[in-house]
Design a protein around this ligand. Structure first.
Ligand code: IPE
Ligand code: IPE
Ligand code: MG
Length: 235
């Protein structure tokens, strides 16, 4: 295993499209929900690894605005799982100095979950360690549309990139340096479209429940080899 000492560049912000829970379960002959449950262990492992390697922001795509198209049972189970885990692990995250944030639309989510989200956010709001951002009921097109609506209703006439950025759910959060997508799919699925303008992309065939510290580290080493130019010339 490549060791931490050889890791010279760590992305400040990593965003992950945690995909493949269902296929992981199917491969094992289990129901899809077993994949979602196991996926939470990967979340725990990756949060721990992000703290260990000094990542400052970790954004996890947990439920998209399009995921409402899934069977009602699965959707309900996913929200139940999120609520239960946040309640159980909120305190531990707080002890670990993690600041928890949420992006996405809270309207439409179960009231109980929204309350838990508010509780974890308040509990951890003064923490200075890892910023852990869950994208729940998140869709980038909706985020941009909402930003435009807000700008119009504020009466702002001088619209710049900064004006738009300030009105996104991610206002104040730097753009992701690296987006990881598991499960072999190579698309963004409505995730951070504006913010990803210059983000490095990393795709792995590993299903999300199998994505633990060693896989995370592989992505970090891969990122380290990238040359980011932002449209300019590399020195
Ligand atoms: C990701 O795994 C979890 C969510 C989108 C909530 P999937 O549930 O999409 O798993 P696959 O893609 O069907 O394997
Ligand atoms: C993207 O995965 C959303 C999350 C990981 C929460 P999906 O499984 O919903 O994406 P598509 O439908 O394959 O593009
Ligand atoms: Mg999927």
């Amino acid at each position: 295993m490549k060791d931490k000492a050889k890791l010279k560049v760590v992305p400040e912000h990593i965003a992950i499209i945690m995909d493949g829970n269902g296929r992981w379960a199917k491969k094992k002959g289990l129901p899809r929900i077993a994949g979602h449950k196991e996926g939470l262990n990967a979340v725990r492992a990756v949060v721990k690894a992000a703290r260990k390697y000094g990542v400052k922001y970790l954004t996890l795509y947990s439920f998209s605005t399009e995921n409402w198209k899934r069977p009602e049972d699965e959707v309900r189970f996913l929200f139940h799982l999120m609520d239960e885990r946040l309640r159980k692990e909120g305190q531990q995250l707080h002890k670990n100095n993690v600041k928890v944030l949420f992006i996405g639309k809270r309207d439409g989510l179960p009231v109980k979950l929204v309350k838990t989200m508010g509780w974890v956010e308040r509990q951890t709001c003064k923490n200075t360690g890892l910023n852990l951002i869950f994208a729940i009921n998140y869709g980038s097109r909706q985020e941009i549309t909402d930003a435009v609506k807000r700008i119009i209703s504020s009466g702002e006439k001088d619209i710049t990139e900064e004006t738009i950025e300030k009105n996104l759910y991610t206002a104040g959060i730097p753009a992701p340096d690296l987006i990881i997508r598991t499960s072999g799919e190579k698309r963004l699925s409505n995730f951070l479209l504006w913010q990803a303008a210059y983000t490095e992309l990393y795709f792995t065939p590993i299903f999300w429940p199998d994505f633990k510290e060693d896989e995370f580290l592989k992505a970090l080493f891969d990122y380290q080899r990238r040359k980011r130019r932002f449209g300019g010339l590399s020195g």
